[in-house]
Design a protein around this ligand. Sequence first.
Ligand code: PGA
Length: 252
Amino acid sequence: MTRTPLIAGNWKMYKTERQAEEYIQALLPRVSAVNGVDVAICVPFTDLRAMVDSARGSRVEVYAQNMHHEPEGPFTGEVSAPMLSELDVRGVVLGHSERRALFGETDKALALKVPVALAAGMVPILCVGETEEERDGDETDRKLRQQIRDDLAAVPGERLADVVIAYEPIWAIGTGRVASPEQAQEAIAFIRALVGDRDSEAAQGTRILYGGSVKPDNAAELLALADVDGALVGGASLQAESFAQIVAAATP
Ligand code: PGA
């Protein structure tokens, strides 16, 4: 089964609406000729409407960075799936390690959020990955097994392949310390096998991205790995030029 690569830029808490507008005008011409790769930018809530409008008709899709599982309710500061999908937001990052570590995102909450995003017609990018301590203690497989089991528990087998999984070793995020190709391939093949334990056909269709210090100069090597179906790019997605170079590196 062929899996279309996905390059997703995770802006995190960067860019006002005005800065976002400048960025998208610089990005669109740089990716307009690209074929065979899906491109998404995951932007702050305040940038969503402007980015969806500016990217309409282009190959760039606009995703959010978080979402509550309830459609509405007394949840101050939160945003729901219907609020996002009405804006034509096509996907959402769920369980980024920064949300897990800094904002108390739990596997229990993620188990609720992932199916809600799917039901709303959005692509969830579920982030998983181990800390440096867990890697040093040979705990990587245990951590990944637990996260994949818990976070996807409520996703039916026939929808599993619609979830994008991002393997992001926490020690590689924002550090400039990218995983080696061997480490990335091994962990991502392991994640694919875990999905395969649930549904072997889904595992062949599930896109699994690598994230953590992906840059224009290391992207091609990572993206060429057998099980790596794209990248979740933080810092290097903030400039249209470097993000477009990573998109180009994913072009088959
Ligand atoms: P980075 O971030 O590319 O800046 O390491 C990746 C991420 O947090 O998704």
